[in-house]
Design a protein around this ligand. Structure first.
Ligand code: ADP
Ligand code: MG
Length: 689
C-alpha cells in the first residue's frame, strides 16, 4: 500500500528500454525500489582546480591550464586522436582525446580551460585521457559539490544510472516515514525521504554523512526487529535432540596430523555441553581466519551423525560449499569415519541430481548435507534434522538462519564467523546466540610476511610470483572489478588475467574467477586450483570467505586502498595455512598519506581483532563509503563498528516498539509493518545474500 510504487518495474520509467533494463538486471536492479536502493559506491568531489605541480596520480583532478603548442589530429585506422600539451606556470600535462576529431577545431593554442579527469604518469609526464572541459564560469558553481559514482557494468554509464535514479524518485512520489517522530528527534536523524535523496544527490559531505546515518539506522532497526520476531519463536526451546559424546570424535582427533589447540578444545566442550543440555543449542563460534573452525564443525556433525541425527553445513558461496564437501569426503575416507554420510546440495546441480539428493535426505540415506541456500528451499525435507552449522555466519541474514532451523523441530544451531565483533555488539546482533571464542592460532605456523607497495613494484612482484610457482607453490591475485570499464583507474580480473599471462612464462597456468561466472564454471576453477592444475588464480573477492588451499603461499591484492582493513585481513587469511612461508603483497595505487598509514596497520599486525579496532580509529566519517567493511551481516550502508552507537540505539528502539506492539498490528506501525514485509532492496534483503 505505502510502498507499492517501489515494486514497479524499471521498464515503466521513461527512457529505460529493454536494453538498458537488461543491463540494470545484471546489477540486480529490477524495480524502482531497487534503483532507489542502488547506492553510489563513492563520490567525486569537485575541488577547486589544482596547480599542475600538485596533481595526484591515479585520481580525478581538476586543473586550470593553457593550451601550449599545437593541437594535433591524427588517425590510427579509423580511430581519431586529438592531442596537445597544456601547462600552467608550475608544470605541463599531455592531453589526449579519442574519437572527438571536432575538438581539433574548437580547441585553440593559447586558450585556457579547466580539465577534469584521471591523471596518470607516463614516464616523467602527467597525462590525461578524455578529460571533461569546463569554462571558469561553468566550474565555479560546481566547487564543493559531490558527484555520485555508481557501480557499473559494461554498457551502463554513470550518467544513465544517475538519470534513471532521478526518474525513479519522480515515479515513486511520496516516500512514507516509518520511524516514530520522537525517535528521529532523539537521535537527530533526518526523514527517510530526505535520506534517500541525500545519499544519491548530496549537497555536501556533511549532509551526505547525515543521510547515510539515517539509512544505516533503518538497516539496523529492521535487522533487530526481524531478529526479535524470530527469537520469539525459538526462545528457551527444550532440547528434544539430546546427544552424547561419541567415540567417533575421539577416533578422529587422535588421527589428525595436529593437536587441537586449547581454544578449539574449549569451544568443543561448549558445544557438547549444549548438545547434551536441557535446551536447544544456539551458539556462535567466533575465531580469526585460520584459527581452525572447520574441524569443530566436522566434530559436531560427526557427533550428530553418530547419535542418529542428520546435520547440515551451510556455506555462503557454492565454491566454499563444494570445498567443504571435498574436504569432508577425503577425511572420512582417510580416518574411516563411517558414521558420516555426506551429500552436496547446491543450486547448480542438475534437476535430476538435485532430486536424487533430496530423496536421500528425505529418506535418511545421508546424514551430513553440505550446501548453500538451496539447502533451505522448501522442497528439501529432512528425515530427522538435529544440527545446523552455518559457516561464515556474518554472510547470512537472520531470515536464512531461522528458515533452516525451522526444518527440524528443535534444531541445534552452530554458527561460525571470522568477523571480530566486540562482544557487546555481538550480543545485540546475534541476540539469541551464546558465544565461544577461538582465540588461539594453531602452533607452528610461520607468520605471513607482508609488504605494502606502489604499482611500480609490479615487475618485481611478477618475478617473485614466477619463482614461487617454480618452487611448486600457488598464488592468488585479487582485483576489485570483474571487467573493463566498471571504474576508471581500478584493476579488473579480465584484463589482469591477460596481462599476467603475457608477463609470466607460458608454462604457468593463469586462470580467473569471479562472481558473474556460472556456478559450475566457478566450481571447476576452484577444484582445479585445489588440485594444483592452476598456478595463479586472478579473482575478485569471491574467494574472500573460507577457501582453504594450504599450498597457496602468495596473495597479491591490487587496489588495496579500495578495501577495508578487515576485508584485506580476511583475504590475506587465504594464505599462511600450511607449513611453507607465505607472503602478502598489498598494492596501494593511491598516493594518499592516510591510506598508506591505514594499510601499514596490516604490515604491523596479523590479529583480526586489533586490525578491526585500528581500522575504526583511523577512519573518518567521510571515508565510510570507500572503505566500509563489506557485507557485514548484509548491511549496505550501516557499519557495525563505525555506527556502533546506532546499533545500540536501534536495538533499544526495536525493543520498545515491540514491547508496546508485539506483532506490529497497531495503526501507528502500519508503514513499518509493510516495510518489514516488502521485498524491495531499499531494505536489507536477507534472502539474496
Ligand atoms: P578457519 O577458522 O579460517 O575456517 P580452517 O578451519 O579452514 O580455518 O583451518 C585452516 C587450516 O588449519 C586447515 O588447513 C586446517 O587443517 C588447519 N588446522 C586446524 N586446526 C589446526 C590445529 N590445531 N593445528 C594445526 N593446524 C590446524
Ligand atoms: Mg572457515
Amino acid at each position: 500500500m505505502y510502498f507499492d510504487a517501489f515494486d514497479e518495474n524499471i521498464t515503466g520509467l521513461k527512457g529505460i528500454g529493454d536494453k538498458t533494463a537488461k543491463l540494470f538486471n545484471k546489477c540486480q536492479v529490477y524495480t524502482c525500489g531497487d534503483l532507489l536502493g542502488y547506492y553510489p559506491r563513492g563520490y567525486d568531489l569537485f575541488e577547486a582546480p589544482r596547480r599542475a605541480c600538485d596533481l595526484k596520480e591515479n585520481c580525478i583532478n581538476s586543473v586550470r591550464l593553457t593550451i601550449t603548442g599545437h593541437v594535433t589530429k591524427r588517425y590510427v585506422r579509423s580511430l581519431s586522436i586529438v592531442a596537445f600539451e597544456a601547462a600552467d606556470e608550475t608544470g605541463k600535462v599531455r592531453i589526449t582525446f579519442f574519437n572527438a576529431p571536432y575538438l581539433a577545431n574548437s580547441l585553440k593554442s593559447g586558450t585556457n580551460h579547466i580539465f577534469r579527469g584521471i591523471v596518470r604518469k607516463k614516464g616523467n609526464f602527467f597525462c590525461m585521457d578524455h578529460p571533461k572541459l569546463y569554462k571558469d564560469e561553468e566550474y565555479a558553481p560546481l566547487i564543493g559539490k559531490l558527484m555520485p559514482r555508481y557501480p557499473l557494468t559494461k554498457g551502463l554509464s554513470n550518467n544513465t544510472v544517475l538519470k534513471s535514479v532521478e526518474k525513479a524518485f519522480y515515479n515513486v512520489g511520496r516516500i512514507h516515514e516509518f520511524v516514530p517522530a520522537d525517535i528521529l528527534e532523539r537521535l537527530g536523524l533526518m526523514s527517510y525521504s530526505d535520506a534517500l535523496m541525500g545519499v544519491h544527490f548530496p549537497k555536501d559531505q556533511n549532509s551526505l554523512e547525515n543521510a547515510r546515518r539515517r539509512l544505516a539506522y533503518n538497516e539496523f532497526l529492521q535487522f533487530v526487529i526481524k531478529l526479535r520476531l524470530l527469537k520469539k519463536n525459538t526462545e528457551d526451546v527444550p532440547n528434544t535432540s539430546p546427544m552424547i559424546e561419541v567415540a567417533d570424535v575421539a577416533r578422529l582427533t587422535e588421527q589428525l596430523p595436529y593437536k587441537l589447540t586449547g581454544a578449539q578444545m574449549r569451544a568443543f566442550e561448549d558445544i557438547m555441553a549444549d548438545l547434551s543440555g536441557p535446551s536447544v543449542m544456539n551458539r556462535l563460534i567466533q575465531g580469526d581466519v585460520g584459527s581452525g573452525k572447520t574441524i569443530l564443525a566436522m566434530m559436531a556433525l560427526l557427533t550428530a551423525a553418530a547419535n542418529g541425527y542428520q546435520g547440515a553445513l551451510m556455506a555462503p558461496t557454492e565454491v566454499l560449499a563444494a570445498q567443504h564437501y571435498e574436504n569432508f569426503r577425503e577425511m572420512i575416507a582417510k580416518y574411516g569415519l563411517t558414521a558420516l554420510k555426506p551429500a552436496l546440495l547446491v543450486g547448480s546441480l542438475t534437476a535430476k541430481d538435485k532430486k536424487e539428493v533430496q530423496r536421500q535426505i528425505a529418506e535418511g540415506e545421508v546424514n551430513c548435507v553440505i550446501g548453500t541456500n538451496a539447502l533451505i528451499q522448501e522442497k528439501v525435507s529432512y528425515k530427522n534434522l538435529g544440527l545446523v552449522v552455518t559457516d561464515e555466519q556474518h554472510r547470512f541474514g537472520v531470515r536464512q538462519r531461522g528458515a533452516l532451523a525451522g526444518k527440524g523441530i528443535n534444531t541445534h544451531v552452530l554458527a561460525m564467523s571470522a568477523t571480530p565483533i566486540p562482544r557487546t555488539l555481538a550480543i545485540i546482533l546475534y541476540g539469541d546466540l551464546h558465544i565461544s571464542i577461538v582465540d588461539e592460532m594453531p602452533k607452528g605456523r610461520l607468520p605471513i610476511k607482508n609488504c605494502v607497495v606502489g604499482p611500480s613494484y609490479r615487475p618485481t612482484a611478477y618475478k617473485f610470483i614466477k619463482d614461487q610457482v617454480e618452487k611448486g607453490r600457488q598464488v592468488y591475485v585479487i582485483c576489485p572489478m570483474i571487467e573493463e570499464g566498471e571504474l576508471d583507474g581500478v584493476e579488473n580480473v579480465t584484463t589482469y588475467t591477460e596481462t599476467l599471462r603475457s608477463s609470466l612464462p607460458d608454462s604457468i597456468n593463469v586462470q580467473m574467477l569471479h562472481g558473474k561466472m556460472k556456478n559450475t564454471q566457478k566450481d571447476e576453477i576452484m577444484e582445479s586450483f585445489a588440485r594444483k592444475d592452476i598456478d595463479v588464480l586472478v579473482s575478485t573477492t569471491v574467494i574472500e570467505v573460507g577457501i582453504n588451499v594450504p599450498n597457496a603461499t602468495v596473495m597479491m591484492i591490487e587496489n588495496s586502498e579500495r578495501f577495508g582493513l578487515s576485508q584485506l585481513h580476511q583475504l590475506r587469511g587465504r594464505v599462511g595455512r600450511g607449513k611453507e612461508q607465505s607472503y602478502c603483497i598489498f598494492i596501494n595505487s593511491s598516493d594518499d598519506e592516510d591510506t598508506a598509514k591505514r594499510l601499514d596497520v596490516l604490515n604491523k599486525s596479523n590479529d583480526g581483532f586489533k586490525i578491526a579496532e585500528e581500522d575504526l580509529k583511523m577512519r573518518g566519517p567521510g571515508d565510510l563509503f570507500g572503505v566500509r567493511q563489506s557485507g557485514e551481516l548484509g548491511f549496505k550502508l550501516g557499519d557495525i563498528y563505525h555506527d556502533s552507537d546506532l546499533v545500540k540505539e536501534s536495538a533499544m528502539d526495536a525493543d520498545r516498539i515491540l514491547a508496546s506492539d508485539p506483532d506490529l498490528s497497531l495503526p501507528q506501525h502500519d508503514v513499518l509493518r509493510e516495510l518489514m514485509a516488502t521485498k524491495s532492496s531499499v531494505l536489507v534483503d536477507f534472502t539474496t545474500l
